[in-house]
Write a protein that binds this ligand. Sequence first.
Ligand SMILES: [Zn+2]
Ligand SMILES: [Zn+2]
Length: 195
Amino acid sequence: MSSDSPIPWFDSFLGVAYRYYEIRMNVVPLFSDLKIARKFWMDTMHWWNDHSIKIRFVETGDTYWFIMGAESRNPKNNRAIFKVLPKSPHFDRFKKGHEGTAYLRLGTYAIKFKKDVKDDAKCNCGHIKEDHEEGKDDDSCLFEDCDCKKFETFQVNLLKKKKTVSDIKFLTETEIKDDVLAWNCFSVNKYTEKR
Ligand SMILES: [Zn+2]
Ligand SMILES: [Zn+2]
């Protein structure tokens, strides 16, 4: 690590969910495995001072950079996290609705199939399980205009522990030079050639 990037960047997570939960919007970095999520929380986020947590969204066309970092009471284990993600309706809703603060939680993301869910669970095609074939080998959606052949949905589970974030900014790439965290992230992860 060079001296101008003392905090290592971490991007080994799946993505970010945005959910209304307990009144406030929640920003939820997602992991595939509950144990890994818990460990990441205990090693890193647990030590963050709430008031120092910064979230930066840098919009780059159809994608955006999610960037987050904070001061830690356990600096040797501190990490900042980032991920380049496709824009989504959830992202837009968060952008419009967050009102300056959010809860930060970790979560797990799992893909579920027909056998895993209740009858009213919604498939990624938009239709519920009951509207799909019942047979073991056939999942096809029964709606004539739907070409879904396999029931598939995803489930997000939120961990209980949370932090409050009140330093949230949406930036364009030309604005990041005035923002220490976003600038550091782009310098290390975009502008510097990876070896
Ligand atoms: Zn379907
Ligand atoms: Zn369908």
